[in-house]
Design a protein around this ligand. Structure first.
Ligand SMILES: [Zn+2]
Length: 543
């Protein structure tokens, strides 16, 4: 029986009931009769129930029609009697009419009872609600489900991070049942059931990496976000500025029907792809196994074995039955980029060596200090996950050229480091105090100075070996050279020393610098020449 048929049948009953009724009952019927009909029209009827209802209502209609006919006959008879038996009989007619009213009321009561029974019966009709054929529960009214669907979408979004819209027409089916004491879901239970149904099938998007489903997200946009995020980490500036941006594996985002709970939010999906696919291998040690054997069995190095297991370098033997593990993580995807990059580079200076006869053999003098330069290089750079794989220099712009270091190597024959017996002046300054008695005591050398001589170099008066280089009594910082021929020379009051004890020096070699250390009142060189350990007048020997 279709819905229009049903409507017709109800209409039929409604028409029959009030039409033949007497005015005084009409009010009652008008109040009572439409009620079930009104309720019926707002509900979808189940086939079985509809059939039962149809039979019951048809019966009621038939009975009412039958009663009407009887009453009509009775009323007709009463009228006839009243005509035939004049006013005296009038009372009888009224009595009869009174009886008719009672009869009618009895039948009406029957009708109403039937209606009440139907109503009660109808009240026992509930609905199972299903999502894509999966029965979730029973509700009193379909609206108990329909009214929470928006909340369900919100709940699912919170629970699974995916937007799931439920279409009541396509996704939900209702089946009427007589629940007979079964549990009826309230709207909040309905909401809960939907929200926690992780295995509800839904449309999602799988991120396929080389044909393998790597992650599942709620939308194509979310999938693209994941892929773009992976790529953009290795992009500086704009992607279109690169000559090539390429993923190591083919990637596709495909629509799929999946269980709701398998949908990942985009950040989780990204993490899954980032972490790669892990595989764990295990090996159970046999008697006498060493870490080396276990590592070989697992196809890894001993270092890798140690890193992931509670054993150390000192572990000589493994315990029998000990389980060794190795987890290998393979990156699922990598990003290759090719683009132009500029690098600021240091241009290192070079050292150039020149020869000069101005310096003795073995002596080296730096004539120009080296200085690094700076340049900007433009290169075509290939990177995989940001790591430089290859670099091809295309253009170089020098910002500051390097200054090469120039070292001059002496070529002149080194003079002898033994005494010649002839002395030169160790400094070119004026001789102020001579050898001899001075202020009542012996002055055993000569003093040489000129204004501004502090720090000037002091040269060896003849070749020889340094026997003193350091603090020497009242002389302060002093160098003494043994010339190996009975002569020694002494150079006092230096501000600094340039030789060490044992050094072989040649005539004219820089040995110290003028100062005023020891018993001295101003910068000067106090110079002595000793012959067989005794000071002699230097003026007699220096040229
Ligand atoms: Zn002196």
């Amino acid at each position: 029986m279709t819905r229009p048929d049903l409507k017709n049948s109800i209409k039929k009953i409604r028409e029959k009931l009030p039409k033949k009724a007497k005015p005084e009952q009409e009010t009652e019927k008008a109040e009572e009769a439409p009620k079930p009909a009104k309720k019926k029209s707002s509900i979808t009827w189940g086939a079985i129930f509809r059939r039962i209802n149809e039979i019951v209502m048809d019966r009621v209609a038939d009975i009412v029609t039958g009663i009407d006919k009887v009453l009509d006959v009775m009323a007709w008879g009463a009228e006839r009697a009243s005509v035939l038996f004049l006013r005296k009989v009038h009372g009888f007619r009224e009595g009869l009419m009174e009886h008719a009213t009672i009869l009618k009321r009895i039948f009406l009561f029957g009708v109403l009872s039937a209606v009440v029974i139907i109503s009660v019966f109808m009240g026992a009709i509930d609905y199972t609600y299903s999502y894509h054929g999966r029965a979730l529960g029973i509700v009193k009214e379909q609206s108990d489900v329909l009214q929470v669907l928006d909340l369900v979408s919100d709940g699912l979004t919170k629970e699974y991070g995916s937007t799931v819209t439920i279409d009541p027409e396509k996704d939900i089916t209702f089946t009427p049942i007589i629940s007979a004491g079964k549990e009826i879901d309230k709207p909040d239970t309905v909401l809960q059931k939907f929200t926690y149904m992780g295995d509800l099938p839904t449309t999602a998007y799988a991120i396929m990496i080389d044909g393998v489903q790597a992650a599942t997200v709620q939308s194509e946009d979310a999938g693209n976000w994941v892929i773009d995020t992976i790529i953009d980490r290795y992009i500086t500036g704009k992607r279109e500025d690169y000559e090539l941006v390429e993923l190591s594996e083919p990637v596709e985002i495909v629509e799929k029907t999946v269980k709701l709970s398998s949908i990942q939010n985009q950040r989780d999906a990204l993490a899954v792809i980032d972490n790669g696919i892990s595989k764990t291998y295990t090996y159970t040690a046999r008697q006498g196994d060493t870490p080396e054997i276990a590592a070989r069995e697992l196809g890894i190095t001993v270092e890798e074995l140690l890193a992931q297991n509670p054993i150390t370098k000192d572990t000589a033997q493994l315990q029998e039955g000990q389980e060794l593990r190795f987890t290998e993580t393979n990156k699922t995807i990598s990003v290759k980029t090719v683009g132009l990059e500029t690098f600021t580079e240091v241009i290192p200076y070079e050292t150039i060596t020149q020869e000069s006869s101005k310096y003795y053999e073995g002596d080296e003098v730096v004539s120009v200090e080296g200085q690094d330069g700076k340049q900007v290089v433009t290169s075509r750079v290939t990177r995989v996950d940001g790591e430089l794989v290859s670099k091809e220099d295309l253009e170089t712009e020098v910002l500051t050229p390097a200054v090469n270091k120039v070292v001059i190597k002496g070529t002149a024959e080194r003079p002898p480091t033994v005494g010649s017996g002839r002395f030169i002046r160790p400094v070119p300054y004026t001789i102020h105090d001579k050898f001899g008695i001075r202020w009542g005591r012996m002055h055993e050398g000569i003093d040489m100075w000129d204004p501004g001589c502090y720090g000037a170099p002091v040269y060896a008066a003849d070749g020889g070996t340094v026997v003193v280089s350091g603090w020497y009594y009242a002389c302060g910082l002093t160098v003494i050279i043994d010339h190996g021929n009975g002569f020694k020379t002494l150079y006092a009051h230096a501000s600094s020393l340039a030789v060490s004890v044992g050094d072989k020096v040649y005539q004219g070699q820089h040995i110290s610098n003028i100062g005023s250390t020891g018993r001295s009142y101003s910068p000067h060189l106090h110079f002595e020449i000793w012959w067989n350990g005794k000071p002699v007048d230097p003026m007699l020997y220096i040229s």
